[in-house]
Design a protein around this ligand. Structure first.
Ligand code: C2E
Ligand code: CA
Ligand code: CA
Length: 648
């Protein structure tokens, strides 16, 4: 196996980043495009505004000039005509001067705005003409008075004063030119817009082309992200699921098998050489295996070191050895190292019509069977594997409701002193009454243990036990100590002891009648928690028993270090006595003596035969729990038992 797979894997890890970069690029490009378009529009608009606003201003001024020129002419006529009839000459003269000043002012204003305009020449002529005419009249007003003045004006003006007429003519010319200029400005803007529109279309087309290319590229990248495992680059379960469902719908799965594999010892590689080396192993394995598949075969990584294969049946026998054992090189601190990749696998032969989820379930369950190791590394599917899984799932699904509906009931198995056959205690044992049947604990306790819900059930049973105990004490029956089982999961909870005390107090039962059973198979990691818990119970005056003694690994150290009140010797010890095996008997005798020496009380579980009880009696081990006396009894039967607490 080469480095190709590793390269592909690390490339794939960058895919999401590439999608982000491309999207960001397209967004930035669009912004630049928008900015360019916007600034071009602004430029055109500014140009137009400048031109058109000068035009409008000039047009207005020219209009005003025109008006005042006419007014001026009118006044002169009036002046001339009214003169004969004795008009107020001074008034008319003032009006003419004011009108003339206004024309001058407007002429100046217009002058500011004619630079660079096409009518500049006309304006200059008009301006000169106006200047000449006004200085002439100025002169007349300046040198004359009374009649002479009027005569001169008249002489100047005549009936149709030619200067005024040509001034009016020039003003009209100016006005026309300004209108032309405005129209030209409009045309220029329309032209500019047309030219600009071409540029705009080019920019939009460029952005669209780049966006489409980027989009298509992103589709491919996203397709990869959605469909492939980011580390190994092989398809992920979602993609293979869709392919397989499609093939199944077309009836093309009949000659296929689903193989679920799991790499052995990857965690050791991770610990020894680092997770990067573990990743390389996975990537190389995936790459090598995908290279072995035929066109219509599929492979997916289903998380961690598990892979899924859909293989043609006629290819299976040839492929399995390669899936199971291969070699690769991984990087270590001192260079590349050759390692073996060994697998376990579960094989499920597919039938047409199987749903993908069911195929996966079956193959995975079969792999789990291989992981347990009892059937070898290659396990072929068997219906019973699946039944177990379905049973487990049903239990978990129904548990909460069963608890609410009080489907769990508590049985009591008497503990007896075999010296005098008297009941000295009992153990609370849970039963599940489901659909009219009693489900035994071994069916559901391990499932709930696995999932953690057992802690809820334990306290339910414990609470029920306290209530029953209170009832028996209140009824004046023989007071006995009753034990309740608690899973090792509780040791993870720091408030375990507090919760026990709370239940005891809420039910108002004396602590001396309570015993907490904890199994010894809790492992070293919980030893400290167990020690702390037992010390607390010692202080609180609540008994603790070590259940199933002899089945775990930590028995001796637990006995030495932890001050439990009672040790419950497991049934497996009892089963091995009274059947002619002296060594087993000697072993039990020594165990009993050792426990006694360490100061613990002993009770033997699973005593079924008279001779077993006799043997125990000889060892002065008198407390017994077993079918010899009683099976676990329901509440009412056990109450009756308490009423006559000695066996005959
Ligand atoms: P355990 O705590 O070791 O309980 C003793 C088991 O041995 C009981 O099985 C009892 O019926 C059985 N037994 C007692 N005497 C004899 C005998 O002479 N012969 C045979 N063949 N069996 C005998 P059971 O009631 O089926 O309970 C099985 C296990 O389920 C218990 O083993 C305990 O580990 C667990 N369990 C039961 N109730 C609870 C509970 O409320 N919480 C937890 N965590 N576990 C519980
Ligand atoms: Ca027990
Ligand atoms: Ca036990």
């Amino acid at each position: 196996m080469g480095n190709d797979g590793r390269k592909k894997g690390s490339e794939r890890a960058r895919l999401p980043r590439r999608v982000v970069i491309i999207s960001a690029f397209i967004i930035i490009l669009s912004f630049i495009g928008m900015f360019l378009i916007d600034s071009s529009v602004k430029e055109i608009r500014n140009d137009y505004r400048q031109n058109i606003s000068a035009d409008y201003m000039n047009k207005e001024v020219v209009g005003d000039i025109n008006r005042y020129v006419y007014k001026h002419q009118g006044l002169i006529y009036k002046y001339g005509n009214e003169y004969e009839s004795g008009v107020d000459v001074t008034q008319v003269k003032n009006d003419i001067i004011e009108c003339r000043n206004e024309i001058k002012r407007l002429d100046n204003a217009l002058g500011k705005n004619v630079g660079d305009m096409p009518y500049e020449k006309i304006y200059n002529e008009f301006h000169e003409m106006l200047d000449g005419y006004f200085s002439e009249t100025e002169k007349i007003f300046g040198v004359s008075d009374g009649r002479d003045e009027l005569k001169i004006l008249k002489t100047i003006d005549g009936e149709l004063n030619p200067t005024i007429v040509s001034i009016i003519d020039k003003v009209e010319k100016l006005d026309r030119m300004i209108t032309d200029n405005t129209n030209k400005s409009n045309d220029v803007m329309a032209n500019n817009l047309d030219k600009y529109r071409f540029g705009e279309i080019m920019i939009i087309i460029a952005i669209m082309v780049i966006s489409i290319l980027g989009f298509v590229h992103c589709i491919f990248l996203t397709h990869d992200i959605i469909n492939r495992d980011p580390m190994t680059n092989v398809f992920n379960i979602g993609k293979v699921g869709r392919d397989i469902s499609r093939m199944s719908a077309k009836g093309r799965l009949n000659d296929y098998s689903c193989v679920c594999t799991n790499i052995k010892g990857l965690s050791i590689i991770n610990q020894r050489y680092g997770t990067k080396s573990g990743d390389v192993l996975l990537i190389n394995y995936a790459s090598a295996m995908s290279g072995l598949l035929r066109r219509n075969e599929r492979m997916a990584r289903i998380g961690g070191d598990n892979f899924l294969f859909f293989i043609k049946n006629d290819h299976l026998e040839q492929l399995i050895p390669k899936l199971m054992h291969s070699e690769t090189e991984i990087p270590t601190a001192i260079g590349m190292k050759k390692v073996n990749i060994d697998n376990r696998c579960g094989i499920y032969p597919i039938s047409n019509g199987d749903r993908f989820d069911d195929i996966l379930d079956s193959a995975y369950t079969t792999l789990n069977q291989a992981k347990r190791g009892a059937e070898g590394d290659i396990v072929r599917f068997d219906k019973k594997h699946l039944e177990k899984v379905f049973r487990r799932r049903n239990i978990l699904r129904q548990f909460k409701k069963a608890l609410e509906d009080h489907e769990f009931i508590v049985y009591y198995q008497p503990k007896v002193e075999c010296k005098n056959n008297a009941i000295i205690g009992a153990e609370a044992l849970v039963r599940w009454k489901h659909d009219g049947e009693l489900v035994p604990p071994f069916e559901f306790i391990p499932v709930l243990e696995n999932e953690g819900s057992i802690t809820e059930l334990d306290f339910y049973v414990f609470d029920r036990m306290c209530k029953d105990l209170k009832e028996w004490l209140d009824a004046g029956l023989k007071p006995i100590r009753v034990s309740s089982n608690f899973s090792k999961h509780h040791l993870k909870n720091s408030d375990f002891a507090d919760k026990i005390i709370k239940v005891i107090e809420s039910n108002n039962v004396p602590r001396e009648y309570i015993e907490v059973e904890l199994t010894e198979s809790f492992g070293y990691e919980n030893l400290k928690a167990f020690t702390d818990f037992v010390s607390r119970m010692n202080k609180e005056g609540i008994s603790v028993s070590l259940d199933d003694f002899g089945t775990g690994y930590s028995s001796l150290s637990v006995l030495k270090d932890i001050n439990v009140d009672v040790v419950k010797i497991d049934k497996t010890f009892i089963d091995r006595i009274c059947c002619g095996n002296v060594i087993n008997e000697k072993l039990l005798i020594n165990v009993i003596h050792m426990i006694k020496d360490l100061g613990h009380e002993i009770i033997c579980e699973g005593v079924e035969k008279e001779e077993q009880a006799e043997f125990l009696k000889q060892q002065e081990c008198y407390f017994i729990q077993g079918y010899l006396y009683d099976r676990p009894l329901p509440h009412d039967e056990f109450t009756e038992r308490l009423k006559s607490p000695v066996y005959r």
